[in-house]
Design a protein around this ligand. Structure first.
Ligand SMILES: Nc1ncnc2c1ncn2[C@@H]1O[C@H](COP(=O)(O)OP(=O)(O)OP(=O)(O)O)[C@@H](O)[C@H]1O
Ligand SMILES: [Mg+2]
Length: 488
């Protein structure tokens, strides 16, 4: 296949690539540019005409066969993934980009290479600024600590606000979790925390930090999904001047968290390659800044959290098995709210007290209908959803009691709320047995829908054994692919 002809003829492909928000650069096997997108032109500060039809080394004289990833990929036929580079473009602007370069094959033969890059200059600047601010903040706290200012054993410092007293819950599962959390706080072993979104993972981790021997040390949380893969490495390990153009001597989070705790939120979003480096730090207690040869030792307790089942993440190759084993030395599961229904009203009342204090109000409680709605809601967003729901109600409540009309629509409607058709709306053409069957089917279907077609969850909510629900579904003639057996 002739790549030149293909790109020339395929106007649709060209148009799509020109509208993508990444820069696309395609060369044929001779290293001649056959496609160069508008974003690529902007990033390099050139016009497409200056590049298309010319050899890579002619256009970028500073590159060599070794340093050009497109030429390297043509030679090795292997993709180069998630690399970072800072270059001075043709307009004199320093551009930091994250790029991946792929070989292009046709009938098992290489026909060219394609480079996809993203301008991350601004994100890099912002994340470095964030690192500097964090270092400044920690520096201030440390000097306050040295002066003995306001830091007592029981007071959380350096980023972690919550203690076990803030972890509200009376359900046995939560009591067990708190006991376990307090116990594991004593050591420095890694911890893996698993729980659906909004269940209180970060709150638990902060409480563990503040109950541990290093509570006066820093607590830093980094969301692994929030930054491009290429930046994450320098954010974690720091950089030394000149390790790549534009790099400066800068501490990473590991050094900043020395003597404290580092939480990797959404660990399953951390690039697998970087997971390998993290594992090495966990095993050796030492790491190197990006571009440095010097090994630095730190004493950091590493905690990772995930809102997907860690074993499922391992199966999908989002989490390295060896890292999973290392982190899973202590594993804590925060149960979703629907598995601890007794906590719903306890938490709801706790949040009323909190917002009463915050807003200077005197709301006393909830109407019976609201309690019913709360106890029957699935709470897919867990405690965060409940807190937001109370905040919403506290903003618009009129009087001492929160009634149904003050709740957000998604909570009332998800229940069928006041809008559930009354039994009289059910057809009596087949008499009472027929009407009951129809109503039963409606209730089951509605519950299944609210529980994302998860049979186990719907059965719990309907307060019937799962087998009973399955039997009823068969009798009612409901089957099919939307139904899920395993809990989400
Ligand atoms: N047991 C609890 N007692 C009091 N407040 C709680 C509890 N659990 C969670 N919260 C509150 O719910 C909100 C969400 O908690 P948190 O951020 O710890 O959840 P998360 O599991 O880390 O969520 P995500 O997976 O989305 O990051 C916070 O406002 C937190 O204070
Ligand atoms: Mg969190």
């Amino acid at each position: 296949m002739n790549l030149k002809a293909l790109v020339k003829e395929n106007a649709t492909l060209k148009s799509v690539l020109n509208h993508a928000d990444v820069a696309v650069h395609i060369v044929d096997t001779d290293g001649i540019t056959r496609f160069y997108s508008k974003v690529a032109a902007e990033m390099d500060g050139m016009e497409p005409e200056e590049v298309v039809g010319k050899h890579i080394l002619e256009v970028y004289p500073s590159l060599t066969i070794e340093s050009s990833s497109l030429l390297k990929v043509l030679e090795t036929k292997k993709a180069v993934l998630n690399h970072q580079q800072t270059v001075i473009n043709h307009k004199g602007r320093a551009v930091t980009m994250s790029y991946s370069t792929y070989p292009l094959f046709y009938n098992n033969e290489i026909v060219g290479a394609c480079d996809i890059s993203r301008d991350i200059t601004r994100i890099k600047e912002l994340s470095e600024r964030l690192l500097d601010l964090q270092a400044e903040l920690l520096g201030k706290r440390n000097s306050a600590a040295r002066k003995g200012a306001a830091i007592q054993d029981s007071v959380p410092v350096a980023g972690a606000r919550y203690t076990f007293n803030d972890l509200i819950g009376r359900d046995q599962k939560m009591i067990d979790l708190k006991v376990l959390g307090q116990r594991v706080a004593r050591s420095g072993s890694p911890i893996l925390v698993y729980g659906e979104t909004g269940t209180g993972k970060e709150l638990l981790v902060q409480a563990i930090h503040n109950a541990g021997p290093n509570r006066q040390g820093p607590f830093i949380a980094q969301n692994c999904a929030a930054l491009p893969a290429t930046l994450l490495e320098s954010i974690l390990f720091g950089t030394v001047r000149g390790s790549f153009t534009g790099a400066e001597d800068r501490q990473g989070l590991f050094e900043m968290a020395d003597g404290g705790m580092l939480l990797f939120d959404e660990i399953n979003s951390m690039p697998v390659e970087l997971q390998g480096k993290l594992l090495r730090v966990l095993q050796e207690g030492a790491f190197r800044r990006v571009g440095d040869h010097r090994l630095r030792k730190v004493n950091v307790r590493v905690v990772a959290s995930t809102n997907v089942d860690p074993l499922a993440a391992v199966k999908q190759q989002l989490l390295r098995l060896d890292l999973f084993y290392r982190l899973n030395v202590i594993s804590l599961r925060v149960p979703p709210l629907r598995e601890r229904p007794g906590d719903i009203m306890v938490l709801a009342e706790h949040f009323i007290d909190e917002y009463n204090r915050l807003f200077g109000m005197q709301v006393r409680g909830f109407s019976e209908k609201v309690k019913y709605l709360f106890e029957n809601h699935c709470w897919p967003g867990n405690v965060r959803e409940l807190r937001n729901c109370i905040e919403h109600a506290m903003n618009i409540v009129d009087g001492p009691v929160i009634e149904e009309r003050f709740l957000p629509a998604h909570v009332t409607q998800a229940q069928g709320g006041g809008s559930r058709p009354a039994a009289t709306a059910v057809s009596l053409s087949k008499g009472l047995p027929g009407a009951i069957k129809q109503l039963e089917k409606e209730v089951i279907m509605e519950t299944l829908e609210q529980c994302s077609w998860n049979i186990s969850r719907a059965a719990r909510r309907l307060k019937v054994p799962r087998q009973t629900l399955q039997y009823k579904l068969r009798i009612l003639g409901v089957a099919g692919g939307a139904l899920r057996e395993a809990p989400l």
